[in-house]
Write a protein that binds this ligand. Structure first.
Ligand code: MIG
Length: 652
């Protein structure tokens, strides 16, 4: 059952698709402090909290303060309260009863999940207008299902988007792209997408192609298409200010950009230098910007990633002016501890500055709204602009789309990647822990930068990371400028990589089937063990996940380990994969086990009464032959796996 409570006069975020009558009074089960705008609830020592989508820390969100404020921050360490998304849905499970809560609120909101006081959850809004939903049901899964019905069906990518993709910031030329493809081919490793980062553009201008670097762009796209490889270009939020650049000119002329209080277009710098930010909260801007993707679709492109849409702001012209003015005051001064930190602080806070987010406005259905109040809707609406346009531009064929920033509601238009992680073992574990929380909030086409974006990846990390990412719908190896090359042929002998990527392809019939079933049934593809089992141990398991209905995974996330402890909530059959045809099987009893896993081995556990379909590997999704599927199973006599499949591209 869902109950809706209203505070003040909320902005319509369009994150939900169902109209629910508003209850009288305050959110049930919480005390409300109207001065602090905070909701408080006691929790008992056993209470577990799940959800909040893309955040730091564990599956159990208890014990930390999270803040929804979409942020471009490449340091995802333990003390970060905000990452790129704002997904304000969570479940509080006190052991007897669970309830879900969704705060449909586009401004800054903090979730103190038993941090300040161990036994208290306190949620604080930055202003007093919000819709709050209380979702109750028999189980956590049924609560998620109802919530997901409330917010509408999740995005469905083309099936080829389940293939393996290679990315780097950047492949600078057409030749470099061809070389990446050739080297994968030479190594015999399947490759489905090559991603184009910002350098394919002309001076970082959206919807342009650098003529010097990619003179044969259309030929490149079609040559790659012949090999079943899709090129997936990036689109950035900011539009370069440059005379005669049509996107800029049209945007200015039609008032499509975010404006300052005085009515001038805000000048904010990102990649291309001084830029304007499209006002994606304005319907007309969305339509206009969305239509622009056609430029690339007409050239054969069928997938995109949307970046910098928190929005990230390197600096605004106005604030930079202020900084330059103040700098002189410090010249010649004897800087002491306070004035010195003030001085350096001025520089450190130039990017993504809070004052800058208050400096501009949106036009939402004719109403002028300060950005700070609706900050978390920006990336959502950029991706919505694209998603809505794709339905017009490509009415029959699905288009791949994923975004960096997000808000609930965006899940209907695209997936997300989890941003600028690092080649750290702790981020491999974080990757595992984020997956169920993302699914709860409707984000199904998800994945992390495999191998880590920042920092240098080692071969063992890469192998271990593949053992996680090979289960995520979005499976992309991506790395930042200046880091060690991370393509799978760059680590010496690539035989193990080849086997693991082939295993991914052998698993695609299962993964696609489980993805589609989860989308259609408003279910999760990745579940914590505690969503299906109820013994006293499962609440504390932070590094094992159920993937679809048949299997559990328990990846090794520690360096130099040759195995790990695994807790089994019931008897299961272990498949220790080294490749699609190379594995051993062992039945393990309920309880604790130390399970060996070398760096080229992937641990998969089949649940009793279930089957895991496994196809012969193929070099592309299209070439997977379903007639080769065999079933690995455990105690599954008379059980039939319910396989979903379709043509992989049609929208219906
Ligand atoms: O400020 O386009 O998260 O994936 O490679 C960095 C360059 C901008 C951030 C994205 C990352 C991408 C990078 N972008």
């Amino acid at each position: 059952m869902i109950k809706k409570f209203r505070l003040g006069n909320p902005i319509n975020t369009e994150s939900v698709v169902k109209d629910i009558p508003i209850e009288e009074g305050n959110l049930e089960g919480f005390s409300f402090d109207s001065e602090k705008l905070s909701f408080k609830k006691f929790i008992n020592p056993k209470t577990v909290i799940y959800g909040l989508g893309e955040t730091t820390r564990g599956i159990n969100k208890r014990g930390f303060v999270y803040k929804s404020f979409c942020s471009d921050d490449p340091n995802h360490d333990e003390d970060k309260q905000s990452l790129y998304g704002a997904q304000n849905f969570f479940i509080i499970d006190d052991g007897n009863k669970a309830a879900g809560y969704y705060f449909d609120f586009p401004g800054i909101i903090t979730f103190d999940m038993g941090f300040t006081e161990l036994n208290t959850v306190e949620i604080t809004l930055s202003y007093g207008d919000a819709d709050i939903y209380l979702v109750t049901g028999e189980s956590k899964t049924s609560i998620v299902k109802q919530f997901r019905e409330l917010i509408g069906q999740s995005y469905i990518p083309p099936k080829w988007a389940f293939g393996y993709g290679q990315s780097r910031w950047s492949y600078f030329t057409s030749d470099e792209v061809r070389e990446v493809y050739a080297k994968y081919k030479e190594a015999g490793i399947p490759l489905e997408m090559i991603y184009l980062d910002i350098d394919y553009m002309e001076r970082y201008k959206d919807f342009t192609i650098s003529k010097e670097a990619f003179p044969d762009f259309e030929e490149l796209v079609s040559d790659m298409a012949k090999e079943n490889v899709h090129l997936v270009p990036i689109i950035d939020a900011g539009v370069k200010i440059e005379k005669d650049y049509d996107v800029y000119e049209e945007g200015v002329k039609n008032n499509y950009f975010c404006k300052k209080d005085n009515g001038e277009d805000l000048v904010a710098a990102v990649w291309p230098g001084q830029s304007h930010l499209p006002d994606f909260l304005n319907k007309e801007t969305r339509e206009w910007f969305g239509n622009r993707y056609k430029f690339l679709i007409d050239k054969g492109i069928d997938g995109f990633w949307n970046d910098m849409n928190e929005p990230a702001i390197f600096y605004t012209k106005d604030h930079l002016e202020e900084v330059f003015e103040k700098v002189n005051d410090y010249r010649g001064k004897n800087l002491d501890v306070d004035s010195f930190f003030e001085f350096t602080g001025m520089f450190y806070s130039i990017s993504n500055n809070m004052e800058d987010y208050r400096r501009f406005y949106h036009n939402m259905d004719g109403k002028k709204i300060n950005h700070e109040k609706v900050h978390n809707l920006y990336g959502y609406n950029m991706t919505r602009a694209a998603g809505e346009a794709f339905e017009r531009i490509s009415p029959d064929k699905r288009i791949l789309m994923f975004s960096r920033s997000s808000y609930v509601g965006m899940h209907r238009y695209g997936g997300i990647w989890t941003g600028d992680n690092k080649s750290w073992w702790s981020h491999l574990l974080l990757n595992v822990q984020q997956l169920p929380a993302l699914n709860m909030c409707g984000f199904m086409y998800v994945g992390a930068d495999t191998g880590g974006f920042g920092s240098h990846a080692s071969k063992d990390l890469m192998l271990r990371w593949l053992a996680v990412s090979m289960f995520t719908p979005l499976f992309r190896n991506h790395a930042a400028k200046g880091t060690r090359r991370q393509e799978l042929y760059e680590f010496g002998d690539s035989k193990d990589f080849k086997e693991l990527i082939k295993l991914r392809y052998a698993l695609i019939p299962y993964l696609y089937s489980e993805y589609m079933k989860a989308v259609k049934n408003n279910d999760m593809m990745f579940k914590p063990l505690s969503f299906e089992y109820s013994d006293s141990r499962v609440n504390e398991i932070e590094d094992e996940l159920l993937v679809g209905e048949s299997i559990m995974i328990a990846p090794v996330t520690k360096q130099n380990a040759t195995g790990r402890y695994v807790y089994l909530p019931e008897d299961m059959k272990l498949i220790r994969f080294r490749g699609p045809k190379n594995y051993d099987e062992e039945i393990l009893e309920k309880g604790d086990h130390y399970v060996k896993a070398e760096t080229n081995e992937v641990l998969v556990f089949i649940r009793p009464g279930h089957e895991l379909p496994l196809a012969e590997a193929a070099m592309s999704v299209e070439e997977i032959d379903y007639s080769t599927i065999r079933y690995l199973s455990y105690k599954a006599d008379g059980v039939k796996y319910d396989m979903y499949d379709d043509d992989g591209v049609s929208r219906n």
